[in-house]
Design a protein around this ligand. Structure first.
Ligand code: FE
Length: 140
């Protein structure tokens, strides 16, 4: 699913080709016992599903893009919710025509490289559902 090496608190993770990126990262964090981290990465995908939350309706609008795209920027964090790894990832994808799409990342299929830095944090923030925003917000 992935390979990795470590430099201090930072793990250098290579997601295997054709793996689903979000699931692979969650599995990596679970395997390594990482309960809090920052994430940044690059690579390429053959498809991605992005999510947009409409604050007015608190309804999610999901969009799937089945095309080859560069992961121009993958950023996010790892925390825990209900004792499990909770990923919060946003991504900007570059298209063939050099335009980009971006949003909250639900899933993406690696097609090429998937190079992600996972920097472990010493705190262990949790998450709690917030009625006002409809989001699982940090709980400190
Ligand atoms: Fe988000």
């Amino acid at each position: 699913m992935y390979k990795f090496t470590q430099s201090g608190d930072t793990y250098v993770v290579s997601i295997n080709n054709h793996e689903e990126l979000v699931a692979a990262l969650a599995q990596f964090c679970t395997d390594q016992g990482i309960l809090a981290a920052r994430i940044d990465g690059i690579g390429a995908v053959s498809s991605a599903t992005l999510r947009f939350l409409d604050p007015a309706t608190k309804k999610y609008v999901d969009g799937t893009f089945d095309e080859q795209m560069e992961i121009a920027a993958l950023v996010g964090n790892v925390s825990q919710k209900d004792g499990k790894v909770y990923m919060h990832l946003h991504a900007t994808f570059g298209r063939r025509d050099y335009t980009s799409i971006a949003g909250h990342l639900l899933c993406a299929r690696i097609n090429g490289a998937g190079e992600v830095f996972v920097t472990r944090l010493s705190c262990t923030p949790g998450r709690r559902f917030d009625e006002e925003t409809g989001l699982n917000l940090y709980q400190f």
